[in-house]
Ligand binder design. Structure first.
Ligand SMILES: Cc1cc2nc3c(=O)[nH]c(=O)nc-3n(C[C@H](O)[C@H](O)[C@H](O)COP(=O)(O)OP(=O)(O)OC[C@H]3O[C@@H](n4cnc5c(N)ncnc54)[C@H](O)[C@@H]3O)c2cc1C
Length: 283
């Protein structure tokens, strides 16, 4: 169901001013690619939407000495031309062409991908492997947490009422990265499984590694046991086989309309091996 009221503040000051006067049952609207679909399906039925797509404060990609800073209102297509993303965030860059379609990428935002808290969110998964922190904003105050801890469960996040995702802070770590997605089509499809790897491999030895997975648990997850096993090891086929068995035990996939649980489990090992091999070629 669509709301009775949609308001569009043109700045943060205006948002803070009008918030108390709005119906209590309210939601933020950014690109609308999740919210409108849910309203059409009658799953979404809040009374008021606050259209935040006009908040210029949330649309930035910048960097300082140690960190890349991204606003929650950045559209997926904005990343495609960013030299900062190309230079520092290879796993996120790798996820972009696998996200939906060009028309969707012109609408969908990074903030919406995370706030929606779908276990299949491609960009959220890539960002978790990039070790992103998420910055949240409520009534003039900001707080920060690791993005992996922001996801509490299926469509559940740490967001409080009226709290806005302000943006993301990602450390500049020397690494290569890859995002791999299996889906029923090569575009316009939600994943059966997604796997992001950020790694620094020196003479085949894993010096830095971060792994995140989509669509294999109720939320985006990391694979700490697999990571600990691979850290400081030299990559060879036996080590890769062992790592694949470990990651298969770390996932808890279900069978649903998109895929079979056991297939997803098997593919977590296959994609891990494939991704690490791809990263080795890049060094
Ligand atoms: C055809 C189709 C294909 C798709 N393909 C993919 C795909 O390949 N991969 C993928 O990951 N997703 C896919 N999606 C899902 C969707 O496009 C993404 O999740 C998108 O990033 C959502 O962003 P949005 O700006 O459109 O969010 P919206 O729909 O505007 O909002 C989604 C939710 O987030 C909340 N929200 C939005 N911004 C903020 C904010 N700054 N602070 C707090 N809350 C906020 C809203 O209140 C709402 O609950 C697809 C959707 C469609 C319709």
């Amino acid at each position: 169901m669509f709301p009775d009221l949609i308001v569009k503040p043109l700045g943060l000051k205006e948002l803070n001013k009008i918030l108390p006067s709005l119906p209590k049952d309210r939601k933020f609207l950014s690109g609308g690619t999740d919210l409108v679909v849910r309203a059409n399906a009658d799953i979404e039925n809040s009374q008021c939407w606050i259209d935040i797509s006009g908040l210029k404060e949330l649309r930035y990609i910048k960097e300082n000495a140690k960190t890349v800073l991204i606003g929650s209102g950045v559209k997926v297509s904005d990343f495609e031309d960013s030299s900062i993303i190309k230079k520092h965030l290879p796993a996120l860059l790798s996820a972009l062409p696998q996200f939906a379609s060009p028309s969707l990428r012109n609408m969908a935002t990074l903030g919406g991908n995370c706030a929606n808290a779908s276990p299949s969110a491609d960009l959220a998964c890539a960002l978790v492997s990039e070790k992103a922190d998420i910055v949240l904003y409520l009534k003039g105050k900001k707080r920060k947490m690791p993005l992996k801890d922001f996801f509490l469960g299926l469509r559940k996040t740490a967001l409080k009422k009226d709290e806005l995702i302000w943006g993301f802070e990602i450390p500049k770590i020397n690494h290569k990265g890859v995002y791999m997605k299996l889906a029923s089509r090569s575009s316009f499809a939600i994943s059966k499984i997604g796997l992001a790897i950020s790694a620094d491999i020196n003479k085949e030895k894993v010096e830095y590694l971060s792994i995140a997975l989509a669509s294999v648990a109720p939320k985006i997850i990391t694979a700490p046991k697999t990571r600990a096993f691979l850290k400081n090891k030299k990559i060879n086929s036996e080590i890769l086989d062992e790592a694949a068995l470990i990651i298969q035990k770390e996932v808890s996939p279900i069978t649903d309309i998109r895929s079979d649980g056991e297939y997803r489990r098997a593919m977590s090992g296959v994609l891990l091996k494939k991704g690490l091999k791809q990263i080795l070629v890049k060094f």
